[in-house]
Write a protein that binds this ligand. Structure first.
Ligand SMILES: [Fe+2]
Ligand SMILES: [Fe+2]
Length: 381
């Protein structure tokens, strides 16, 4: 049976706001070194025995795109327009309707200028964390090429390494040339990436990256892609999402096979890891760095805008976070294992209701940016 969360989290209470906000990134760090503790595994068995991974590999080969030439970088970007999507979540009228009271707080005197600026900062923060997460995926997937024992998985992971390099490249270019630079890596995301890359077990790389980090990313990209009015970002996210859907499927298809063989105590480790990752991903959404830049105490901002008594099911951020992760963990058997320990933990976060949503094992087949674009181009010619 997994342990109580206080045994593996860095605090006694999962929701201890002071402890969450006390964790900071080092602003002067450029090179960050993590011991990756892994054996590089050769396999002399070249038999193609995993057709679902083989199919994914074929798909990946034909779905490659070029961030320089397939995206229209001539599009001029207005940061206020890009921020419109994020601003919708920071709209005082909408907050009122959700029962959030701004009178008597630092936000009382905020006008359109401040709410627009916070929208710009939040968008920049989110895209910056996407970029850092993409670099995490690049390193994790390179590690999987070395550590996974199956030839079909090594082949597929190699295509993902290329995908992730392209994703880091396009997010960095967007932030540097269309917006105004980027935020540092959020400390909670940084700790999670460190934990994932430091673990010696090959399946934990997948669980942390393909299931948790990329599961969140796929949901977040989908939301942002749907609501942003900015055409270049819309196009960029659509291309990235088509790749991410394959990456999450790679995680589900690989671990589904492997986790069937694990014992209760082995699954218990994975359940703890998944819960800790979920908490870190949630903590990142507090975006303390944005409030600091806006001159508002992050603790006040959090307590005012996300009052502790607010119904967790009504929080769109939490919804976004877990709508892909929970069904995929369910498909892997991690919600049920050990008397449903992880399901109970997710109940306390208010996200178990996503359990029956569609999992990501075949979703990628419906999402193909490159083929769609080529078809559109052919139809127009
Ligand atoms: Fe990616
Ligand atoms: Fe990815």
């Amino acid at each position: 049976m997994p342990r109580d969360a206080s045994a593996f989290l860095d605090r006694d209470e999962v929701d201890d706001l002071d402890a969450i906000l006390a964790i900071k990134s080092d602003p002067n760090e450029v090179i960050h070194t993590v011991e990756d503790n892994a054996d590089a595994i050769f396999t002399w068995d070249y038999e193609r025995t995993r057709p679902s991974l083989s199919k994914l590999y074929e798909k990946a080969k034909s779905a490659q795109w070029n961030g320089e030439t397939d995206l229209d970088w001539s599009i001029e970007v207005d940061p206020e327009e890009v921020a419109a999507a994020a601003s919708a979540l920071n709209n005082p009228e909408m907050m009122k309707s959700m029962g959030i009271e701004l009178a008597g707080t630092s936000f009382e005197k905020w006008g359109e200028k401040e709410w627009t600026q916070v929208g710009i900062e939040q968008q920049n923060f989110m895209l910056s964390q996407f970029m850092h997460g993409e670099q995490g995926a690049l390193l994790c997937t390179a590690k999987i090429v070395e550590t996974v024992p199956w030839i079909d998985a090594k082949y597929y992971a190699a295509t993902q390494v290329m995908d992730e390099a392209r994703h880091v490249e396009v997010f960095a270019k967007y932030l540097d040339t269309k917006l105004s630079g980027h935020y540092l890596i959020n400390p909670h995301l940084g700790l999670l990436l460190d934990d994932i890359i430091a673990d010696s077990r090959w399946d934990i790389t997948y669980l942390g990256m393909q299931i948790m980090v990329e599961g969140l990313a796929l949901a977040a990209f989908g939301l942002m892609q749907a609501i942003t009015p900015e055409p270049l970002l819309k196009q960029l996210l659509r291309y990235v999402m088509a790749d991410e859907a394959r990456h999450v499927a790679f995680g589900v298809l690989s671990l589904q096979e492997y986790y069937k063989e694990l014992t209760g105590p082995e699954l218990s480790d994975r359940q703890e890891f998944a819960f800790e990752a979920a908490v870190r991903l949630r903590d990142r959404l507090l975006a303390a760095e944005v409030w600091e830049r806006m001159g508002v105490d992050p603790k006040e901002a959090t307590l005012v805008l996300r009052p502790p008594d607010m119904d967790k099911n009504s929080d769109p951020f939490q919804m976004m976070l877990f709508s892909k992760i929970v069904p995929n963990l369910s498909k892997l058997g991690l919600l049920d294992a050990n008397d449903g320990w992880l399901r109970q933990r997710f109940d306390t976060l208010g996200v178990s209701q996503f359990e029956t949503w569609v999992d990501s094992s075949i979703e990628y087949e419906m999402l193909d940016a490159v083929t769609d674009d080529r078809a559109a181009a052919a139809a127009g010619a």
